[in-house]
Design a protein around this ligand. Structure first.
Ligand code: ADP
Ligand code: MG
Length: 428
């Protein structure tokens, strides 16, 4: 699909926005919009493929009906959870349309995929039972987690020696075939990147189709600009089926300001016709009481992403604690270094789990020395500016309206989107 793009209009007057016919997908695109158009096309093709796969799955399930029922029963006995609950879930709610993910069946699948990853780690040279135990305990349960983490951190967290750590990292990288690859390979991967809908079509368009996974996205703005509301909405939306803008996964929320409100989640879930009990259950919540605690929570998050099928991590806000704890010029360097490490912990999670979205909020500061232009800037300076993959600024509009502006993204133009915060959540 979409490998080379032939522009059938070679004259010099071919301007941005002019239409041309693309032989790759048999559609008319606009110059300057190639990426978005192809992305849409890729998404549609994906959906068709998914449908075909789903239908196949249904046929397979029907064939093995008896066996599966038996398995499910066994599971509910195994789990010490209330039996009634499981039966309810299986029988009664089977055909609810807007289904968010179910606990039991899915956690079993996650465990299996975790086992598979651990099995690969076990095969690395020099990994015996003791080493494996140390690695698992420190959260290094996949080749990716070993290959992408600086050896010094692996050493520190797992207690392994320098030499064995170096061997492990090298072997993991070799196993994962990490090295140079063609840009075309990269495009094949990016074309099918997963996205979470924000609830507002306009805001989704600003991201060329919804919040991207595999990177750290930062929302900054003054208070009341809707940062926390967007975080809440994403926690609900990530649980939706893929065809409805979700990723069928859980959210993990690190709240540093004490502003997470289950009441708000309930409102947003009900607006989408979802069972709010299930939606709440699928949000893993951690209140960070200081910056050390915040850093620790982010590190611990890494250990449960696979097992709990976490597809979204929220840190609201990234900088609050750091700002209040590190006071005075003398502490600035240490503060920036610590934020940098924290941000890189989060970025690494995205490398290890490409299907994970990480969203952080950031406060603003007024620059006293700016006389022309906007004196309001994102806090945290260059460290956060360089660390986050995409940054958006938020500002108030009329009434419930808010304006989001894409400030920096590696592949998207600067642009603005207007959305609203209503009782139902984020909408256009
Ligand atoms: P920030 O995190 O940027 O400081 P918030 O995300 O907390 O700001 O946004 C707060 C705003 O969200 C409020 O000023 C209000 O306009 C809106 N809001 C919050 N809850 C509701 C609700 N239940 N119904 C409608 N609007 C709400
Ligand atoms: Mg807030």
């Amino acid at each position: 699909m979409a490998k080379t793009i032939t522009v059938n209009n070679n004259n010099d007057n071919f301007k941005l926005g002019d239409p041309y016919f693309c032989h790759e997908c048999g559609r008319t695109h606009q110059k300057g919009k190639i990426y978005q158009d192809h992305l849409k096309h890729a998404h549609n093709t994906d959906k068709i493929n998914e449908n075909i796969k789903e239908n196949n799955d249904i046929i397979k399930l029907d064939d093995n009906e008896e066996e599966i029922d038996y398995k499910l029963l066994e599971e509910s006995y195994d789990d010490n959870e209330v039996l009634e609950d499981d039966i309810d879930n299986e029988v009664l709610e089977d055909d609810i349309d807007n289904e968010v993910l179910e606990d039991d069946m899915e956690s079993n699948a996650n465990e299996k995929s975790l086992d598979k990853c651990i099995e690969q780690v076990k095969k690395l040279p020099g990994v015996g039972d003791a080493t494996l135990r140390k690695l698992i305990k420190a959260g290094f349960t996949s080749l990716e987690s070993i290959a992408f983490t600086p050896p010094s951190i692996i050493q520190e967290d797992s207690g392994l020696g320098e030499k064995s750590t170096a061997t492990l990292v090298k072997a993991s990288m070799k196993e994962l075939n990490i090295g140079f690859k063609s840009a075309q390979d990269l495009w094949e991967r990016r074309k099918n990147i997963s996205r979470i809908s924000t609830g507002s079509q306009e805001l989704d368009n600003l991201f060329a189709g919804g919040l991207e996974t595999g990177c750290v996205v930062e929302f900054f703005g003054e208070f009341r600009t809707g940062k926390t509301q967007i975080m809440h909405q994403l926690c609900v939306n990530v649980q939706l089926p893929r065809e409805k803008g979700g990723l069928e996964g859980r959210a993990l929320y690190i709240d540093t300001e004490g502003t997470f409100r289950p009441e708000r989640i309930i409102q947003m879930a009900e607006a989408l016709d979802l069972d709010y009990d299930k939606v709440l259950k699928n949000i893993i919540f951690g209140r960070a009481y200081n910056s050390d605690h915040q850093i620790l929570l982010a590190k611990e998050a890494g250990n449960i992403i696979k097992e709990k099928n976490v597809k979204l991590i929220v840190v609201d806000s990234l900088i609050g604690h750091f700002r209040s704890e590190y006071i005075g010029r003398g502490t600035l360097a240490t503060r920036q270094q610590t934020i940098n490490q924290h941000l890189h912990d989060l970025l690494r999670l995205c490398d290890i789990h490409p299907d994970l979205a990480v969203v952080v909020t950031n406060q603003v500061q007024a620059k006293p020395d700016v006389f022309y232009g906007n004196p309001i800037q994102a806090a945290g300076g260059n460290v956060i500016a360089h660390g986050s993959t995409m940054r958006l600024s938020l500002r108030k509009g009329k009434g419930e309206q808010r304006v989001a502006k894409m400030i920096d993204a590696p592949h998207l133009p600067e642009g603005e989107a207007v959305f609203s915060i209503t009782e139902n959540g984020i909408t256009d």
